[in-house]
Write a protein that binds this ligand. Structure first.
Ligand code: PAF
Length: 308
């Protein structure tokens, strides 16, 4: 399959490298000319649970090179989704489909608005990856990937995509309700990401301290109230137990939001805890803990972004 991966961050590099290795025709799309030239020259370096190697693949900054894509995998940060798909989307063939496995809510909505829901696939992945340098990632952990159609994507395309991802090392299944998948992962990110970003603890350590564990429980409880009021059915019978399970299963991981803070980048707080606050307001559900976490992460972020 002709696959374009947008964004050479942790997940983008991981998916681009493993899909290339498994024989897919992958193009990595970047918006920074110097970095793209470096990646085209040096390839991607992957180390960690799937082994250490360098993977060479074409890299482009030119939307015209994405024209032949059958699948576009959007791996940029949530706040860049609109710019990324607006850049590439208009040049894509009408048969091309776009897929998000990004953290947070709002990405499916943006892709559907720009490309039409019948061309959009959404989902979640439990694979963990950390950027160690440009095009250099540590594959920190494996887990399941679940995808689904937002609009009327043919089942054959969904199954073909799941098979291709599975063959590349991302064990992938197909589910019915994309909203359920995305909100179930959102709950995990709500409980882990801001606490990691604020305390600078690794995921597993968040459960070592009564303070962080308690705040995690409160933030998740608020998110569950919002989720229930929205009528979204979660895929885990005990979501809080699942959040704690993920924290333990990814104990050694530096959560993506902490990676952002350490790199002085904007975080995805608005699409994670900030989204719980926004939806809570609409539904008249108080979310004071998520509001506090959002305020703290935004303060940390503004402090370093203002210094740039
Ligand atoms: O954002 C992240 O880092 C990941 O989604 C997760 C599951 C919290 C593991 O680090």
């Amino acid at each position: 399959m002709k696959i374009v991966v947008i964004g050479p961050g942790a997940m983008g590099c991981l998916f681009a490298a493993l899909l290339t290795e498994s024989g897919q025709d992958v193009l990595l799309f970047d918006h920074l000319p110097d970095r793209a030239a470096f990646l085209a020259r040096e390839g991607l370096r992957v180390e960690g649970v799937s082994g250490d190697r360098r993977v060479r693949l074409p890299v482009s900054i030119n939307p015209a090179d994405a024209r032949a894509a059958e699948l576009v995998l959007v791996c940029v940060k949530a706040y860049h989704t609109r710019a990324a798909i607006t850049n590439i989307g208009p040049g894509l063939s009408i048969q091309a489909r776009v897929m998000t496995l990004q953290n947070g809510v709002g990405n499916v909505e943006v892709l559907s608005e720009v490309c039409g829901p019948d061309r959009v696939l959404g989902g979640v992945t439990s694979h963990g990856a950390t950027v160690l340098g440009p095009g250099h990632v540590r594959h920190a952990g494996t887990g399941e990937t679940i995808i689904g159609a937002v609009g009327h994507v043919p089942e054959s395309f969904l199954n073909q995509t799941a098979d291709i991802f599975t063959a590349a090392g991302f064990q992938t299944s197909v589910a019915d309700k994309v909203d359920s998948l995305i909100w179930s992962k959102l709950i995990v990110n709500v409980g882990i990401n801001p606490l990691a970003a604020i305390t600078r603890l690794k995921n597993g350590q968040l459960l070592d301290y009564p303070g962080t564990e308690r705040i995690m429980e409160q933030a998740v409880a608020e998110a569950l109230a919002v989720t229930a009021a929205r009528g979204v059915e979660l895929i885990f019978p005990d979501p809080l137990a699942h959040v704690k399970h993920v924290a333990r299963a990814t104990a050694g991981n530096t959560a993506s939001m902490l990676q952002d803070v350490l790199a002085g980048r904007q975080t995805e707080i608005d699409n994670i805890n900030g989204a719980i606050v926004a939806h809570g307001r609409e539904l008249n559900i108080p979310t004071p803990v998520n509001e506090t976490l959002t305020g703290l992460v935004k303060t940390i972020e503004m402090n370093y972004l203002n210094q740039k």
